[in-house]
Design a protein around this ligand. Structure first.
Ligand code: COA
Length: 415
């Protein structure tokens, strides 16, 4: 079966996490992704967080599937020539170097556009234009600057970063979408364009609902679905809401059977208005269906703490998966807190190809996350990440380099 992006060639000049997330997705959609790395060391993540000596780390292997790797020293004139040839050959250049690095290498937008007017040049940077535009940025910096940290955690604790890599992988996703839109526009315009996804902006986009709440707070001075209501006070900025849903349907994380010893024996419980009578029946509080202190969503907002305390008395008598089964029968939305160990063993995720086992020549078999986007006419087959420079000769030959030219590049330590 053909693939959605078959025939598209991506010059993957990315490293670490944000850029590689983007190009891995493009590879899964069928594009030929050629990862350009520095000879000798390659992407720094190959050697970071290693669990097996001298073997590409899981950090690297899990972010670089289905790509080809070529080593080129782009700071040497002959290396720059190779990059120029690749620019002419590819549809998209993706990079996430520190601001200015590509320009310093001699590849300004103007130069790339001159070499290949159809090329889309896509970049991740920490910040967009402005006073922080020159800063180097990693995941947690973006989470802090994009509004996630100030709105995560508990009200009586410090700001908190999340485990989900919304700054890196989240920005990579945004960039992939921008690239696809630019390729579609190129069909009509015939021209490539610059695509920029700043990490701060991408995190803010994912924190959109918190900027919504900021404006609600400024207008009304309160927010009834936040845990600070009705007894606490609100300041000038959106407060941290702990595990409250913060949305239109109150929710909370509640203990389940075994919580004393199992750190993940919890369930997220949502008291959706439509199923309130069912919630009351399940927990044995049928009187609450008509009691005016609990009967309407507005009345319940005044009593959320005692309501969830009472529901928790019930959830503490059930294993989290048992509770989920009982609640699902009533269409009561809930979610067990699954550990990474449980997720790794999840039969449905394995069946759907979202959890995949992959063979690697030096690492052996390892577990990874496959393509979370499922397409009926473009199925994903997850292939192992490339070894450093594994495809250098193959790609150079495709670009028209002769065997003796390739040898000369090797002798001059360009590749
Ligand atoms: N041959 C020769 N030199 C190469 C090369 C190659 N194939 N590939 C990269 N380089 C050089 C670059 O030219 C640059 O050199 P310069 O600083 O002399 O101009 C250098 O390697 C890359 O530097 P940099 O991007 O600054 O790497 P770093 O490890 O110091 O910083 C980041 C890492 C992530 C902080 C930085 O790249 C960054 O801020 N990126 C944008 C935001 C981002 O994506 N952050 C999230 C990462 S998950």
């Amino acid at each position: 079966m053909s693939k959605a992006l078959e025939g598209y060639r991506i010059l993957d000049f990315t490293h670490v996490q944000s850029g590689p997330t983007c190009t891995q997705l493009l590879a899964w959609f069928g594009a030929d992704v050629i990862k350009v790395e520095r000879a000798g060391e390659g992407d720094a993540t190959r050697g970071q967080l290693r669990d097996i000596p001298d073997v590409d780390s899981l950090y690297f292997t899990m972010l670089n599937h289905n790509k080809r790797s070529i080593t080129v020293d782009t700071k040497k004139p002959k290396g720059r020539e190779v990059l120029e040839t690749l620019i002419k050959h590819c549809d998209v250049l993706v990079e996430n170097f520190a601001p200015g690095a590509l320009d310093r290498m001699g590849f300004t937008w103007e130069r790339i556009h001159e070499l290949n007017p159809r090329m889309v040049v896509a970049s991740v940077k920490g910040f967009g234009p402005g006073k922080y535009q020159d800063c180097k940025v990693y995941e947690n910096v973006a989470q802090c600057a994009g509004g996630s940290a100030s709105t995560s955690g508990f009200d009586d604790g410090p700001p908190m970063v999340t485990g989900a890599q919304i700054g890196d992988s989240g920005t990579g996703l945004h960039l992939a979408l921008g690239i696809l839109a630019a390729l579609l526009q190129r069909h009509n315009s015939g021209r490539g364009q610059k695509v920029l996804a700043p990490m701060q902006d991408a995190v803010l986009n994912l924190c959109r609902v918190k900027l919504r709440d900021q404006q609600r707070l400024e207008r009304t001075g309160t927010m009834h679905e936040y845990p600070q209501y009705p007894d606490g006070t609100f300041g000038e900025a959106v407060p941290r809401a702990g595990n409250a849903s913060g949305g239109g349907q109150p929710g909370s994380i509640l203990k389940c059977k075994g919580w004393e010893t199992d750190p993940n024996a919890y369930i997220y419980f949502i008291t959706q208005a439509a199923v309130w009578p069912a919630v009351c029946k399940v927990i044995g509080e049928e009187g609450w269906i008509t009691d005016e202190a609990y009967a309407t969503p507005a009345a319940r907002l005044l009593h959320l703490k005692p309501i969830f305390a009472r529901i928790e008395k019930w959830t503490m008598t059930k294993h989290k998966l048992e509770a989920m089964e009982i609640l699902n029968a009533y269409d009561i939305p809930c979610g067990p807190i699954l550990s990474m160990k449980e997720i790794a063993e999840d039969a449905s995720l394995r069946e759907s190809g979202t959890i995949v086992e992959v063979d690697h020549p030096t690492r052996g078999r390892y577990l990874t996350v496959g393509n979370p986007i499922k397409m009926s006419d473009s199925p994903t087959q997850v292939k192992r990440s490339p070894l450093l420079g594994e495809h250098t000769v193959e790609v150079l030959a495709q670009l028209g380099y002769s065997q003796s030219q390739i040898e000369a590049l090797r002798e001059e330590r360009v590749i």
